[in-house]
Write a protein that binds this ligand. Structure first.
Ligand SMILES: O=C(COP(=O)(O)O)[C@H](O)[C@H](O)COP(=O)(O)O
Ligand SMILES: [Mg+2]
Length: 503
């Protein structure tokens, strides 16, 4: 018998080829006798297991309590995230339990982090309902994060087999179709979050939208917390924003949009707001991550049926993605969101005001934009991931960025990204339109320089100064913000490179 609060070490050493799973009890009488067994004895550890192409794979970073063997802890995670409970249940024998069990198959110490281990677990495809992130997450993150024998646990990455990917519809619009609808190619898109976040009346809010779009941005954006407060009811916001969008489009001849945040307390209300956005001719609507997985999948269905770009603001993610030892990496959230079906996803800036190690953030971008992810440990990608040509998500770089960082942003993220300057547009000393002009000119100058073959990372500041000579708004932006940096140590870095630096 094993104490259920302090897991004891199981038999160690790799099982010889063809042998029963290490530690597993194969004698049915002993295995299914009532009582408590180690999870490894129950068959949740198999060091010889070769994952099948159709298996879902997960890698967790675990910190076992003192005296808890990491292999047994890995088996416990596999057990609690698949079929197990703390004691033997005879009802296992009414099921195909040998294949249904999650199998921990590899345990590796985390480089440079004593007491932490990466544990790899394979799950049979049959354990999961098709097309349901709610179902997937109820298993994979359902119980294990509060498990007493672990001090901490973090879901670092997942490999979603093609057979599973194909049960989701993915992004309703995707990068290619979004660019076709906007008629914008060969450069990042530009946006701005309206500030102050809360308090403006509809008329003043719409004026900010108009000025920012007229100045050269492609998009403006509601902030995460603007819904339908007393100072501006949602219908007022929608009406004045769309007036601003339409006037700016007429004036510039460019397709523009404002992400109308339709986040609300019920699905019924979200659909009502989405329908009004469509009626007013908006090309895009927005939701916050905090609405939850089922709501996200439902609104994605709506966006697909209504030819609408779906913008996802990852509000709330930092509560569980930021700390390396506990929670879920944002790369996993990004994978789930690509399946669930969003078109835009806030994925970090690296250089701005919010958490973001450059290489880790590039890993998120690769999850959003690549058709196939290769293993890339320095960028945090533990598994190959085939996306089965599911559409690609446009990442959004937003949070404390300004025109003076344009060379860094273009170098880090390339063309398929929305660069979003909220304060960095609206706080411009010459006004909102000037803020937008500064960003558009900085972007166009940098894209041209890159296309001419210049090394924008090293020559960037010079390129911006040269453009600022004939563009007063850019000159003022560089004067105001040029020296603003957010130099803090990143929390969420890869353990596979000694110092995180961009290759
Ligand atoms: O309001 C802003 C940015 O405003 P500003 O441009 O004025 O800093 C967004 O909510 C953050 O970008 C979200 O962060 P993330 O994109 O990391 O989810
Ligand atoms: Mg915000």
């Amino acid at each position: 018998m094993t104490s259920v609060t302090s897991l004891a070490p199981p038999a160690t050493g790799n099982a010889p080829a063809g042998a029963a799973p290490q530690g597993a009890i194969t004698d049915a009488k002993k295995r299914y006798a009532a009582g408590v067994l180690k999870y490894a004895q129950m068959g949740y550890w198999d060091g010889d297991y070769e994952p099948k192409e159709t298996d879902l794979l997960a890698v967790f970073r675990i910190t076992p309590q003192e005296g808890v063997d990491p292999v047994e802890a890995a088996a416990a995670v596999a057990g609690e995230s698949s079929t197990a409970t703390w004691t033997v249940v005879w009802t296992d024998r009414l099921t195909a339990c040998d294949s249904y069990r999650g199998k921990a198959y590899k345990v590796e110490p985390v480089p440079g982090q004593p007491g932490q281990y990466f544990v790899y677990i394979a799950y049979d495809l049959i354990l999961f309902e098709e097309g349901s992130i709610a179902n997937l997450t109820a298993s994979i993150i359902g119980n294990v994060f509060s498990f007493k024998p672990l001090k901490a646990a973090r879901l670092e990455d997942m490999r979603l087999p093609v057979a599973y990917v194909k049960t989701f519809k993915g992004p309703p619009t995707g990068i290619v179709v979004e660019r076709e609808r906007l008629n914008s190619f060969g450069r990042p898109l530009l946006g701005a979050t309206i500030k102050p976040k809360l308090g403006l009346s509809g008329k003043n809010y719409g004026r900010v939208v108009y000025e920012a779009l007229r100045g050269g941005l492609d998009f403006t954006k509601d902030d995460e917390n603007i819904n339908s407060q007393p100072f501006m009811h949602w219908r007022d916001r929608f009406l004045y924003c769309m007036e601003g969008v339409n006037q700016a489009m007429a004036r510039t001849g460019e397709v523009k949009g404002h992400y109308l945040n339709i986040t609300a307390g019920t699905m019924e209300e979200m659909y009502r707001r989405a329908a009004f956005a469509k009626e007013l001719g908006s090309v895009i609507v927005m939701v916050d991550l905090i609405i939850g997985w089922t709501a996200i999948q439902s609104i994605s269905e709506w966006a697909r049926a209504n030819d609408m770009i779906l913008h996802m603001h990852r509000a709330g993610h930092g509560t569980y993605t930021r700390q390396k030892s506990h929670g879920i990496s944002f790369r996993v959230i990004a994978k789930w969101l690509r399946l669930a079906g969003v078109d835009h996803l806030h994925a970090g800036t690296a250089v701005g005001k919010l958490e973001g190690d450059p290489m880790t953030v590039q890993g998120y971008y690769n999850v959003c934009r690549e058709r196939h992810n290769a293993v890339d440990l320095p960028r945090g990608l533990f598994f190959e991931q085939d996306w089965a040509d599911i559409r690609r998500v446009m990442p959004v770089a937003s949070g404390g960025i300004h025109a003076g960082q344009m060379h860094q942003l273009l170098n880090l993220f390339g063309d398929d990204v929305v660069l979003q300057f909220g304060g960095g547009t609206i706080g411009h000393p010459m006004g909102i339109e000037a803020g937008a002009i500064a960003n558009r000119v900085a972007l166009e100058a940098m894209v041209l320089a890159r296309n001419e073959g210049r090394d924008i990372l090293s020559e960037g500041p010079e390129i911006l100064q040269a453009a600022a000579k004939w563009c007063k708004p850019l000159e003022a932006a560089l004067h105001t913000w040029g020296s603003v940096t957010f130099d803090y140590t990143s929390t969420d870095t890869s353990d596979f490179v000694p110092t995180a630096s961009v290759a």
